[in-house]
Unconditional design. Structure first.
Length: 555
């Protein structure tokens, strides 16, 4: 990759260039370094608990020693089934310090998916908490032989729980407090930069999730890239920011782009287990300086009556990631708050550093921005991933960098298919403009072949979001006897809005889309399906549409 010739060089802050060497280090060293520099300064604020950096380092070392006492060593796997709670950073860093790799499980995973991730990863030790029904779900995994031991964090340790969960017990179930009690270690293992730090399972659109193998080098260079960028733009002041975190820590975005980067800079994380728009607004008015979210969070905030009259003056940086933020929502938020909701692009396999929109280019809000320092992107032909396309040509995004995974666990064939000339084929379709800014028009698997034309659902969704009565939208291709496939729009309307017919929708869109892009079907729903991390999801809709076609296939 030739970063010296990168056309996005002029979009960088003064003194920063694309071709930088990104610092790599064992990820758990973030905590030790921060404790040495920042001492008792608050690292986390969670309910009634304020955890300083020195206290966090002590808890992490105790947890690491307890893991080692239990037989966890370099190369072991530790599974975390945790929502946002202080048990997450303690167990995450503790496992890494003990030499293990963390296996992230989602509290919203089905039992079948949980069992698959555990079997695929080889993790036999599970850390969870008694929030809601997580204890019972973990107990079922133990009973079914999916794990050998459960470490149960008692939620009440951090203050009165919002939803008290039932306490479980058994021979192979131990409370977190008892697990770490009295643990000591004379020395901790030496961890290699290319050792796996995290097995992060990607959702995918079909089949079971596959585990992206993310090394200490992958995660730490991603942090280093983010730091160069955000510190270069003076968006992240070491030791000063108060970062509002609703994003789930079991997701790569919150884990690396928020938690690891925040702790690496001695800043404070205001941690919440669940997102609530009114709570977010109250925390901002109470002094949060940074709020990274996902589009659904910003849409919810923009739907709060009178949100434009709230006090956003403490905020220095607002971001949206995980999925494209509708342009119309970004425009409304900027008009109401004075803040550009910037963001970028990344994926599990890139840890997730990829691109970002420069703070001085709000005119590029419809793009995903430019590649971060040390990361290189290009556009390759859909029919030949070795052929690099020219400026303005649409193809598949390919990414290179030390932050990019080496591949998928136990999936050699899929790993080979995912790379071209050393670069990861992302599955995103887009183009690069003359300034080096990239735009994604859709996912490769979501593209609709409509009467011989390539139609991109995301472009249709962006246009529909301009309709004043639409709160959320998803568009996908469904079978059509004449055109092969046709766009169908699934809508959630704003409260009190009148019903929207397909005729009225098409009339609204005629000046915004080409004739081949206009939806021919619309379905109004009370809610649209979401993934385990709150992003709008097309998978359930695709499955429902496929089921509707079954009778026709049988006959």
């Amino acid at each position: 990759m030739n970063l010296a010739a990168a056309p996005w060089r002029s979009a960088y802050p003064p003194g920063l260039v694309p071709e930088v060497a990104l610092a790599a280090f064992p990820v758990h060293e973030i905590v030790d370094r921060a404790a040495a520099r920042w001492g008792s300064k608050a690292a986390f604020r969670f309910r009634d608990t304020v955890l300083g950096y020195d206290a966090l380092a002590t808890e992490v070392e105790l947890c690491a020693a307890a893991f080692m006492r239990h037989g966890i060593a370099r190369g072991s796997k530790v599974a975390l089934l945790l929502p946002n709670t202080l048990y997450h950073p303690i167990a995450f860093f503790g496992a890494l310090k003990a030499g293990a790799a963390v296996v992230h499980l989602s509290p919203l995973d089905s039992e079948r998916v949980l069992a698959h991730k555990l079997a695929d990863s080889g993790a036999r030790l599970l850390v969870t908490t008694n929030i809601g029904n997580l204890g019972q779900r973990a107990e079922a995994l133990l009973r079914d032989g999916a794990v050998d031991k459960i470490i149960l964090g008692e939620d009440s340790a951090w203050g009165p729980p919002a939803t008290p969960g039932e306490v479980i017990s058994g021979a192979e179930i131990v409370t977190f407090a008892d697990f770490v009690a009295g643990a000591q270690a004379e020395r901790f293992p030496t961890v290699g930069l290319d050792d796996i730090a995290l097995l992060q399972y990607t959702g995918g659109t079909t089949g079971m999730p596959k585990g992206a193998m993310l090394s200490h080098r992958n995660l730490s260079t991603a942090v280093s890239s983010y730091d160069l960028w955000f510190n270069g733009w003076n968006l992240s002041r070491p030791g000063q920011e108060r970062v509002l975190l609703f994003l789930p820590l079991f997701h790569i975005y919150a884990l690396v782009a928020v938690m690891l980067r925040t702790l690496n800079n001695g800043q404070e994380l205001i941690l919440h287990t669940r997102f609530d728009a009114e709570t977010a607004l109250a925390e901002i008015e109470a002094g949060a300086t940074s709020f990274p979210g996902v589009p659904t969070m910003w849409i919810a905030i923009a739907s709060v009556p009178g949100f434009e009259k709230r006090d956003f003056s403490s905020l220095r940086y607002c971001a949206s990631g995980g999925a494209p933020l509708p342009v119309e929502i970004a425009r409304r938020l900027r008009a109401a708050t004075g803040h550009a909701i910037l963001g970028g692009w990344g994926m599990t396999e890139t840890s997730p550093a990829g691109t970002n929109i420069p703070i001085n280019r709000p005119d590029k809000v419809a793009t995903i921005g430019v590649p971060l320092p040390g990361v290189h992107l290009d556009i390759v032909a859909l029919d030949d991933p070795t052929r690099v396309l020219s400026t303005g040509e649409t193809g598949e995004l390919r990414v290179f960098g030390p932050n990019v995974t080496a591949g998928y666990l136990n999936r050699e064939d899929e790993t080979r298919a995912a790379f071209s000339e050393g670069g990861l084929l992302t599955g995103d379709i887009g183009f690069m403009d003359e300034d080096g800014f990239f735009t994604i028009v859709d996912r490769k698997k979501d593209m609709i072949l409509c009467g011989g034309y390539n139609v991109y659902p995301q472009m249709i969704e962006q246009a529909i979001y301009e309709h004043p009565d639409v709160e959320e939208v998803l568009v996908l291709g469904v079978p059509d006897g004449y055109r092969g496939e046709t766009p169908k729009a699934f809508l959630k309307l704003k409260a009190g809005a009148p019903q929207l017919t397909i005729e009225a929708l098409r009339t609204f869109l005629k000046s915004r889309l080409g004739p081949h892009e206009l939806p021919t079907l619309v379905e109004i729903r009370d809610a649209l399906p979401r993934t385990s991390v709150g992003k709008l999801s097309k998978l359930q809709l695709k499955q429902e549409e496929a089921a509707r076609q079954e009778p026709a296939k049988v006959s």
